[in-house]
Design a protein around this ligand. Structure first.
Ligand code: G6P
Length: 472
C-alpha cells in the first residue's frame, strides 16, 4: 500500500538516520528525559534546524526511546520509529547489530578475518530479511511525512535500501544518500552474496545523488557499480569532506568543566612529561590495540622516553551487544594493563586509560596533547584528527593513518603511518615527540585551517542545495 502524504504535517526537508539527535531515558519517577547526542552526524545535520518544515526521522534505539514512542512524546522536528512495534520483535536488533554493524561495517572497513569470517548462511538470511523490513519502515515513514517534491537526505550504511524503496513509493521526491563510512573496493565488496551486493547498490542508486566523505570512497563505489551492474545509471555522485566545527569547539573547550578536567589530567600525567593522546569509540577499525603495541615498542626501542611520556588513551565502549566488540574492549584494557605492569614505576603510569565517555575530558586531552595518535585501519573521515588541531593549546603533532579519510586533507602536516606497521608507528611517535615547538605550532595552525574548511552546517547545506538546485 502506498502511504498517503500527510497534507497538514508535510515536511520539505527530511533527514533519515538510524541514530537520531536525541535519546530518551526513563527516570526512577517514571518521567522521560531527553538528551541531545554528539558526534559528527549530529553536529552536521543539526543545520536542519535552520530549515523551515524540516523533519529528522530516526530509529528508537533503547527502552527509553521506545517508551517515548509509546507515549507519543517527541522533540520538535524529530520522529522516532519503533520498527519492532510495526514489523516484529527483534527486527531492529537483527538489522542494526546483525547486518549494519556486523556485515556492512565489516565489509567497508575490511575487518573480516579468514578462516572464520564471514559466514553467509541461514542466520545471515534471516537478518537480511530484517534489514529489508527495517529499511522499508523508514521508506514508508518518509513517504508519509514528505511534502510533494520534498528533499530527503538518507544517512549511512544502515539505510542503503531506503532510496530505492522510497523512489518506488514517491517518485516526486528528491532523494540523497550520504555514506559516513569508507566504501569497500570492488574485490572486497564482492564478498557479499551476489544478490545482496546488487540489492545494496541498486538501493543506493535509487537516489538522485550520492555523497561520500572522500574521492577514494566515491571511486570505490563507482567501481563496484561498474563491475557488478555495468554502471551507475545516471545517479550523481558528490564528495563532501565534513570538517570540524571550529566555533563550537573553541567555545566549548574553554568552559569551566574542561578546565577542571585539564587540572585533573595534568596531575595524573605528572609534571614535565609529554603526552600522546588518543580518543576513540572502542571500535575494531580504530586499531587501538596496535596503537598500544606501537607505544610499547617506542618504550622498548627508545628507553630515553621512559618516565618522560604518558599515553592518555580514551576508549569509549561502543556496540556492546556484539561479542566481538566486547572482546575488543577487554583486549584494550588487558594490553594497557600489561604495558603498565611491564614498565610502570612508583611515580609513572605509562598508559592512562579511561573508558567512561566524557566529552569535556576529551576536550581537555585535546588541549594538552603533545602528540595525537589517530591510526585507524580504515575510517570514513575521523573527526578526532580534525578536532585536535582546532582545540590544541600549544600545538600538537598529528600521527595519522593514511587509511583515514581525513588523511586526504591533512597529509601535508601530519606524520603518516601504515596502521598495520607497529614498528613504523613507533618511529612516527618518536619523531612526533621530538618535533620542535615552533614547527609543531606552525603545522597545527595549517592543520586547523584544513580541518575546518567545510564546517558541518555548510557541509549539510551544500548537499541540500546540490539536490534541490539551490544556491551553492
Ligand atoms: C559511525 C557511523 C554513524 C554511527 C556512529 C556511532 O560514525 O557512521 O552512523 O552513528 O558510527 O555508532 P553507533 O552504532 O553507536 O550509532
Amino acid at each position: 500500500m502506498v502511504p498517503e502524504p500527510r497534507s497538514s504535517a508535510a515536511a520539505q526537508v527530511l533527514v533519515a538516520s538510524n541514530r537520531g539527535p536525541v535519546s530518551y531515558s526513563v527516570g526512577e519517577d517514571g518521567e522521560l528525559s531527553a538528551k541531545r547526542g554528539g558526534g559528527g552526524l549530529v553536529s552536521g545535520l543539526s543545520a536542519i534546524g535552520d530549515e523551515a518544515d524540516a523533519l529528522w526521522v530516526c530509529a528508537a534505539l533503547g527502552e527509553g526511546d521506545r517508551e517515548a514512542v509509546r507515549r507519543g512524546v517527541a522533540e520538535p522536528g524529530v520522529r522516532m520509529l519503533d520498527v519492532d512495534a510495526g514489523a516484529g520483535e527483534g527486527v531492529h536488533a537483527a538489522a542494526y547489530n546483525g547486518i549494519a554493524n556486523s556485515v556492512l561495517w565489516f565489509v567497508h572497513h575490511m575487518l573480516y578475518q579468514t578462516p572464520l569470517e564471514p559466514v553467509f548462511g541461514p542466520e545471515f538470511r534471516a537478518q537480511w530479511a530484517a534489514y529489508e523490513q527495517y529499511n522499508r519502515a523508514f521508506a514508508e515513514a518518509l513517504a508519509a511525512e514528505a511534502a510533494p517534491g520534498a528533499a530527503v537526505l538518507v544517512q549511512d550504511y544502515h539505510l542503503t535500501l531506503v532510496p530505492g524503496m522510497l523512489r518506488e513509493l514517491r517518485d516526486d521526491l528528491r532523494i540523497g544518500h550520504f555514506s559516513h563510512t569508507p566504501w569497500a573496493p570492488a574485490d572486497y565488496f564482492r564478498m557479499l552474496p551476489d544478490d545482496v551486493a546488487e540489492q545494496v547498490l541498486r538501493g543506493m542508486l535509487g537516489a538522485d545523488r550520492l555523497g561520500f566523505l572522500t574521492g577514494r570512497w566515491a571511486d570505490n563505489f563507482t567501481e563496484c557499480c561498474v563491475r557488478l551492474l555495468g554502471g551507475t545509471s545516471g545517479t550523481r555522485i558528490g564528495v563532501h569532506g565534513l570538517g570540524a566545527d571550529a566555533d563550537f569547539l573553541r567555545e566549548r573547550s574553554r568552559r569551566d568543566d574542561v578546565e577542571e578536567r585539564l587540572r585533573a589530567l595534568r596531575e595524573q600525567i605528572g609534571e614535565g612529561r609529554k603526552t600522546i593522546v588518543r580518543v576513540d569509540r572502542t571500535e575494531l577499525s580504530k586499531n587501538i590495540v596496535r596503537g598500544l603495541h606501537a607505544y610499547r615498542q617506542l618504550l622498548v626501542d627508545r628507553p630515553e622516553w621512559r618516565e618522560r611520556v604518558v599515553h592518555v588513551a580514551f576508549a569509549y565502549p561502543s556496540r556492546q551487544d556484539l561479542a566481538v566488540y566486547r572482546d575488543y574492549t577487554a583486549e584494550v584494557s588487558r594490553v594497557a594493563a600489561a604495558i603498565n605492569s611491564e614498565f610502570g614505576t612508583e611515580g609513572w603510569t605509562p598508559v592512562v586509560l579511561h573508558v567512561e565517555d566524557d566529552f569535556a575530558r576529551s576536550l581537555a586531552a585535546y588541549r594538552l596533547a603533545d602528540v595525537a595518535l589517530v591510526n585507524p585501519i580504515r575510517d570514513g573521515m575521523n573527526l578526532v584528527a580534525k578536532e585536535v588541531p582546532v582545540v590544541s593549546d600549544e600545538g600538537c603533532a598529528l600521527v595519522l593513518s593514511r587509511e583515514a579519510g581525513a588523511y586526504e586533507e591533512l597529509a601535508e602536516d601530519a606524520i603518516a603511518v601504515n596502521p598495520y606497521d607497529i614498528s613504523a608507528t613507533a618511529v612516527a611517535l618518536h619523531s612526533a615527540l621530538g618535533m620542535a615547538p615552533e614547527e609543531r605550532a606552525e603545522r597545527t595552525k595549517r592543520l586547523a585551517a584544513a580541518a575546518t574548511a567545510l564546517p558541518p552546517t555548510q557541509w549539510f547545506l551544500d548537499q541540500l542545495h546540490a539536490l534541490t538546485g539551490g544556491p551553492s
